[in-house]
Design a protein around this ligand. Structure first.
Ligand SMILES: [Zn+2]
Length: 309
């Protein structure tokens, strides 16, 4: 028998009630549990590591985990940053996300496009700059002067930002990190996930990543295929992390209806086969996400446990 953790990103929040979901409500509700590490923001990376038992959750980790998720190699002494690319209007204000551009090679840095508007910037040998570096994450940046997001404390990064701004685009640097070792997950484990940050978490913890065709990390994912993959992995591993990202994405799109619809489909598609299996099953969220504001919330989380598991 294996233990399957079905982690539904951003499941809870205003408007969520377990009574709305016919299969979830048959499970035993326990908790609530704290999934946000003390002193940290309610983000998927922090919360997932915390609920998987990592103590303490290291800071300065995010861009490195994104690199792991994107298959980008980094050395311990390298400085890594996430870039989120935005357009800039004639008044110098950030507009909407734009595709991360392919950049010509530049000495002293490496640029890797992850997907859409997201990329990674790597400065070989510059990890010690972390201590001196200040950045601002791209939260609510629409209409904000682009210079507000200018990094401080590392000249090469400041020059990079200024150079891109002169070209009429704003690469907001944030989530600076260095390669950090975390103890491997204590039992043989596999992960079924598509969101890049989750792939990075799985690699960080030494979990086997199961590739599932049709898994998108959003509401259009193939829920049946992910469930089958989790049950297959449960035959081989002591622990399986099944991550569903659609509710969080729908919440960020400010769509309560889409969030609820996704949770309904997860309840109808994912839970019956898991509950009918011989494996232990727990269902919970990393954090709450408010579909009216798109913001993560630092709420304690209920944990739904399969009866008898
Ligand atoms: Zn989110």
């Amino acid at each position: 028998m294996s233990r399957i953790l079905c982690l539904i990103d951003g499941m809870t929040g205003p408007g969520f009630s377990p009574e709305d979901y016919p299969h979830l409500r048959t499970m035993t509700m326990t908790g609530p549990e704290r999934h946000t590490p003390p002193g940290m923001a309610p983000e998927t990376l922090n919360c997932t590591l915390y609920l998987l038992g990592i103590r303490p959750v290291p800071g300065d980790l995010r861009a490195y985990v994104e690199a792991l998720g994107g298959g980008v190699e980094a050395a311990e002494e390298d400085l890594l940053l996430r870039l989120s690319w935005y357009g800039v209007d004639s008044a110098g204000h950030c507009t909407v996300p734009i595709p991360a551009p392919a950049l010509p090679g530049q000495p002293g840095l490496r640029h890797h496009i992850l997907r859409d508007y997201q990329s990674l910037l790597l400065f070989p040998g510059q990890a010690y700059r972390l201590e001196y570096l200040t950045t601002r994450p791209p939260l609510g940046c629409h209409g904000v002067p682009a210079v507000f997001f200018r990094p401080l404390g590392f000249r090469a990064l400041e020059d990079f930002f200024d150079g891109q701004l002169a070209l009429g685009r704003c690469p907001i640097p944030w989530a600076q990190a260095r390669k950090t070792a975390v103890p491997p997950f204590p039992v043989p484990a596999a992960a079924v996930c598509a969101a890049p940050i989750l792939k990075g978490i799985a690699r960080l913890l030494g979990m086997e990543l199961r590739n599932v065709p049709g898994a998108t990390g959003d509401t259009d994912t193939d829920l049946s295929a992910k469930t089958r993959a989790a049950l297959e992995a449960a035959e081989k591993y002591d622990f399986v992390l099944l991550h569903l990202n659609g509710a969080d994405e729908a919440s960020h799109r400010l769509s309560p209806e889409e969030k609820r619809d996704f949770l309904m489909r997860a309840d109808a598609t994912v839970l019956p086969p898991l509950l009918a299996s011989r494996h232990g099953v727990r269902v919970t969220a990393d954090h709450a996400t408010d579909p009216r504001t798109g913001r993560h919330l630092d709420w304690l989380q209920p944990v739904f446990v399969k009866e008898g598991a």
